[in-house]
Design a protein around this ligand. Structure first.
Ligand SMILES: NC(=O)c1ccc[n+]([C@@H]2O[C@H](COP(=O)([O-])OP(=O)(O)OC[C@H]3O[C@@H](n4cnc5c(N)ncnc54)[C@H](O)[C@@H]3O)[C@@H](O)[C@H]2O)c1
Length: 370
């Protein structure tokens, strides 16, 4: 395939930037977009046509591949339509808010034999790839425990984003599925899921209805464990993935940005992103110390530009998707990311966790997956 023509469904903060990145890739261009709000302005910027509805993107003869970046609850229809039209599809995270929807999307894309890539962009961070390589080489032995935190504080907002409404975003766990996905990439699918938590500090006007504090325990085959914390009720912000192996440990720090390896023989610090400049940019963005923030409040405005470090990983993942659309074979590292299976496994575990919280018990993930 020579030129690849992209259609985008949902061109808000993130979809518009995905479009800018695609327009900069060689021999790629955005030709059609659909967004119920403000599409004409984004279409003018991207040099493409604003369609009247989703089908105007997915079914258009001017579109070879589809990007889905609408709100989390609205991904299933465009993915299924793209599949029916026989087009490869890239879908932002979380791909859906239930295992049932994921399964339907997987069935549609696998029946059509089209690529179904999830926008789990963390997998494209330089330091995350380095950590995975070290683990595959056996440098830290067997991974027996992971601990992640994605914790910040949310101030009262003038208007409440869809990202803060559980029905539309899924709340912190689904909206920030990245850490759960990474842990399962490292440890395989969780067998049991336990979650406690609730909305402890964000009730009333100016707040959504999501739980602001979630504490998760996962059990894996062979006596291995993970604990994950999520929320916006934390005045002391933390964002990290700590990987404990039998021969060493790796800490991916997304706040005091960098990746650290420690074994009895080695102690090394690596970049998280591609360059020192991107790492420094991320440090500034997070604002260490008392400037705690909840990243889920960025929304709704295509003229807001993502920070340098985020544009870097968006470029890496879209370049990868673009190569696959042109016929490249997926790397083994990313294969579960490009057939929808990793994203579906993450949502299955998230659904088990949701059930655990609701019913106050430990839940086998198999209860969800059947
Ligand atoms: N990978 C990441 O790091 C990352 C970062 C930000 C957002 N995202 C994901 O990107 C998606 C979009 O988030 P955002 O930050 O751009 O939000 P946003 O609110 O800025 O944009 C969403 C856009 O979708 C439009 N929209 C609403 N309903 C729609 C529908 N049914 N069909 C098509 N468009 C519709 C809205 O008008 C809006 O312009 C979400 O799934 C989000 O989780 C991913």
């Amino acid at each position: 395939m020579d030129n690849v023509r992209y259609g985008i469904v949902g061109t808000g903060y993130f979809g518009a930037e995905l479009g800018r990145v695609l327009n900069q890739l060689p021999k790629s261009a955005v030709t059609r977009i659909y967004d119920p709000v403000g599409a004409d302005r984004v279409a003018a910027e991207l040099g493409c046509t604003a369609a009247a509805d989703i089908a105007g993107v997915t079914d258009s003869p001017d579109v070879d591949a589809v990007i889905v970046a609408s709100p989390n609850h609205a991904h299933r229809e465009p993915v299924e339509r793209a599949a029916r039209a026989g087009k490869p599809v890239f879908c932002e995270k979380p791909i859906a808010l239930s295992f049932e929807d994921c399964r339907a999307m997987l069935e549609a894309t696998s029946r059509a034999g089209v690529l179904f890539m999830a926008g789990h962009v963390m997998n494209f961070m330089h330091g995350v790839r380095a950590a995975k390589r070290l683990i595959a080489e056996g440098v830290i032995g067997e991974v027996v425990y992971c601990h992640t935190a994605r914790n910040g504080w949310e101030e009262r907002q003038e208007s409440v984003s869809w990202k803060k409404r559980r029905e539309l975003s899924g709340g912190h766990l689904y909206h920030h599925i990245h850490e759960l996905d990474l842990v399962q990439f490292l440890m395989g699918p969780a067998q049991t899921a336990t979650m406690v938590g609730g909305n402890v500090a964000h009730r009333g006007p100016g707040f959504g209805d999501e739980d602001d504090l979630l504490l998760i325990t996962l059990e894996f085959a062979g006596g291995r464990y993970a604990m994950l914390e999520y929320g916006s009720a934390f005045r002391w912000p933390e964002h990290y993935v700590l990987i404990q192996g039998t021969a060493g440990a790796i800490r991916i720090d997304l706040q005091d940005v960098g990746v650290e390896l420690r074994t009895p023989e080695r102690s090394e610090r690596m970049l998280l992103h591609r360059t020192r400049e991107e790492d420094e940019d991320r440090k500034r963005f997070y604002g260490l110390g008392d400037r705690a923030m909840d990243g889920a409040i960025m929304y709704g405005d295509p003229s807001k530009r993502p920070p340098l470090w985020l544009r870097g990983i968006m470029e890496a993942e879209l370049r990868y998707f673009d190569d696959l659309v042109r016929g490249a074979t997926p790397d083994a590292e990313f294969a579960p990311l490009t057939d929808g299976s990793a994203a579906t496994a993450a949502i299955a575990t998230a659904d088990a966790l949701t059930l655990s919280l609701r019913e106050g018990r430990k839940v086998a993930v198999a209860e969800v997956t059947g």
